[in-house]
Ligand binder design. Structure first.
Ligand code: NAD
Length: 334
């Protein structure tokens, strides 16, 4: 782990490299106002580990890492301050000599990646105009749809989404695209977002608007979490009335034991780091000559990966989470 105080900005940056066993550690750069540096370090370590598993399960030649830029709470950055801290972060990336490759994440954009590229070439997620792969969200959304279909095949013996009731929570970059894909496939859609301006999207899609709280206990075939993580815990799982949970949100389980609780209650939960790997698979393509058609084909592979994981979980009477972790560990040992 590399913790530095930037010479230009005076702000702390953290880079955690969890594993380079399968290749350079790729992981986004999160810009966030953490309460203290311990929280920033903890986040970097936790997220870098998740990236290792995500890349291994997606069978990419990449390891897991994460970058964090710690801004000061209540002190928004000026344009010049933002550039200064991005260049500080870029120097830290460069100092790791390619064992870590950065990309965009919460709080950073492809424009920020262009700034970082002034000081290091170990950066992905650049804009399409700059030879990069651009916004990863459409690829993440494609992967989520493929995963929903694989789960429906398991739970309802058909991967068709026609007349399936599907509730998408969070109509952001990924969720709005997933909702559109499901609507196009003929699903009966419910949608929720804390931002009421998203209601217009619901109307356009012919979806029923529900509150986030109603969404949690909606009686639907599939719940698709595309907002924040950590929402599945001992209090919320007993309220679920869906048969399947498959969505893009990172770190959906408050802790790993929640996977057992979901299984006990007959809810098929597709591990988030399998479902939402589409963006990472797309960015990995950028490290070679970027070909969007090939990236889409590889993202569709999430369906087959998930089928294998669900087969193994059934055969060994373990949770999909345990089966996915087993697959990741096997690939990390190989
Ligand atoms: P986003 O910020 O564009 O969208 C999130 C949406 O969720 C926003 O519209 C927000 O208003 C809404 N929201 C927040 N809290 C909510 C709540 N409690 N109830 C209902 N809605 C709520 O983010 P995104 O890029 O679409 O990513 C969504 C999730 O998927 C995140 O957890 C992210 O880490 C994960 N993810 C995204 C990508 C990607 O390619 N963008 C890739 C992998 C994982």
């Amino acid at each position: 782990m590399l913790l530095r105080r930037g010479s230009r900005s005076g702000l702390y940056t953290v880079i955690a490299v969890h594993s380079t066993v399968r290749g350079p550690a790729l992981g986004g750069c999160r810009m966030w106002a953490y309460g203290d540096s311990r929280a920033a370090v903890r986040d970097a370590l936790r997220l870098s580990r998740a990236m290792t598993y995500k890349a291994a399960v997606a069978d990419l030649a990449l390891g897991g890492g994460k970058g964090v830029i710690m801004t000061r709470p209540g002190e928004p950055l000026s344009a010049r301050g933002r550039e200064a801290v991005l260049l500080d972060f870029a120097d830290a990336v460069q100092a790791l000599g390619g064992s870590y490759i950065t990309a965009e994440d919460v709080g950073t954009s492809s424009r920020d990646m262009s700034v970082i590229s002034q000081r290091t070439r170990h950066v992905a997620g650049l804009a399409r105009g700059r030879g990069g792969s651009g916004d990863p969200s459409p690829f993440t959304a494609l992967g989520v749809e493929v995963a929903i279909r694989a789960c429906c095949e398991r739970a309802f013996s058909s991967d068709s989404l026609r007349d399936r009731s599907i509730c998408v929570v969070g109509l952001g970059h990924v969720g709005s695209r997933v909702a559109k894909r499901c609507a196009r496939a003929g699903a009966q859609l419910l949608v929720a977002d804390v931002d009421r301006r998203k209601r217009a999207t619901a109307e356009r899609l012919g979806a029923r608007w529900v509150s986030s709280d109603e969404a949690l206990s909606a009686e639907v075939d599939v719940l698709v979490p595309c907002a924040l993580g950590g929402f599945l815990d001992h209090l919320t799982v007993p309220r679920l009335r869906c048969r399947v949970v498959a969505g893009a949100a990172n770190n959906q389980l408050a802790d790993d034991a929640i996977a057992d609780l979901l299984a006990e209650r007959g809810v098929l939960w597709a591990p988030d780091f399998v479902v939402n790997a589409g963006g990472l698979i797309n960015i990995a393509e950028e490290l070679e000559a970027y070909n969007p058609a090939l990236a889409r084909r590889r993202v569709r592979g999430i369906g087959e990966t998930l089928r294998q994981i669900l087969d193994r979980a059934e055969a060994a009477a373990i949770t999909p989470l345990a089966a996915a972790m087993e697959l990741a560990r096997r690939r990390l040992q190989r």
